[in-house]
Design a protein. Structure first.
Length: 316
């Protein structure tokens, strides 16, 4: 690997996504920082930074994925440790930002937990956040420090572009994802369609009708998160029932909780393409699932932030 020569750039990993962190460090051309995360017998987290980071620009990589509270506490304690060890800047790289779906008060007396998490990260001492596909773009405004939001669409679009599929249409599974679908459609020079659905209660979706022409076409469903896979599998089945030739699906964050894997396995989806912002355990690596790496994107973003170059140029 090529070596990045700047001793003030340090990259550390916590427990959520060690393989991704190794890939990022390799892409940059540095070794991961020496640190350890252990637990006391009562379950409290202990973190030791095993090298000097005084005056360094530090990047900590941690997805706040399941177990979200464990990973969030690891991150907060690490930030505090770095601050007390005199790091010059503490850049928090959060490939998947947990609690992002609690971004507003949908009902009376609800918390806005995405904002609370932002407050916690800032109070702990973070000086910058780098994330991929925040569920709601307004989360950037929950912080009073710089937030660089990276996009998963180019990685997914590039994969489908190389498949040379015929007569494609990009489909948003709901109205909220139309902007994302349009970005993908622009890259693949394809039309878009929208699934109009009503959701009676959380994690239960009811497909209503399809806006756009999908008959005889290869449909590619795109979302930022697939959680229980109810929305995406109902959408895929509805597309086939309404005349689509075949259905692919893709997302940036494969949360894939509860019945998700069974639903995907038994659905009309031919292939589900995801990224590695969240680790996929072995039981979720079924034949239908393809996982792409975001390491080159995050590695390049870290170099650009460190060298004070434009990050948005990555998506031109």
């Amino acid at each position: 690997m090529s070596t990045y020569v700047d001793p003030t750039l340090k990259v550390f990993t916590l427990n959520s996504n060690k393989e991704l962190s190794k890939e990022i460090a390799e892409h940059i051309g540095i070794e991961l920082g020496e640190s350890s995360v252990t637990k006391f017998s009562d379950g409290e987290i202990q973190i030791n930074i095993e090298e000097s980071i005084r005056g360094c620009e530090v990047y900590v990589i941690q997805s706040t994925s399941d177990p979200v509270n464990q990973h969030l506490m690891e991150l907060l304690i690490m930030i505090d440790a770095l601050k007390r060890a005199s790091a010059k800047t503490i850049n928090v790289v959060i490939p998947y930002y947990g609690y992002a779906r609690q971004d507003r008060k949908a009902r009376a007396r609800e918390p806005i937990t995405a904002k609370l998490v932002a407050n916690l990260l800032e109070t702990a001492g973070a000086t910058r956040v780098i994330a991929i596909d925040l569920h709601a773009t307004q989360i950037q405004g929950f912080f009073d420090i710089p937030v660089d939001q990276l996009l998963g669409v180019p990685i997914l679009a590039n994969y489908f572009s190389n498949k040379n599929l015929d007569d494609i249409v990009i489909v948003s599974p709901d109205h909220g994802g139309v902007t994302r679908a349009r970005k993908m459609a622009d890259r693949l020079k394809a039309p878009i369609a929208i699934i109009d659905k009503r959701r009676p209660r959380p994690n239960v979706s009811e497909v209503m009708n399809i806006v756009g022409n999908i008959e005889g076409k290869t449909a590619i469903l795109i979302d930022d998160i697939i959680d229980t896979a109810g929305t995406i599998t109902l959408a895929a089945n509805a597309l086939i029932e309404n005349g689509a030739k075949e259905v692919y699906a893709c997302c940036t964050h494969p949360v894939l909780s509860g019945p998700a894997m069974d639903r995907i396995q038994n659905s009309s989806i031919k292939e589900l393409v995801v990224t590695n912002t969240i680790v996929l355990p072995e039981e979720k690596k079924i034949d239908k699932v393809t996982q792409l790496s975001v390491a080159p994107l995050l590695g390049e973003a870290i170099i650009r932030v460190h060298e004070q170059l434009s990050v948005s140029k990555l998506f031109d």
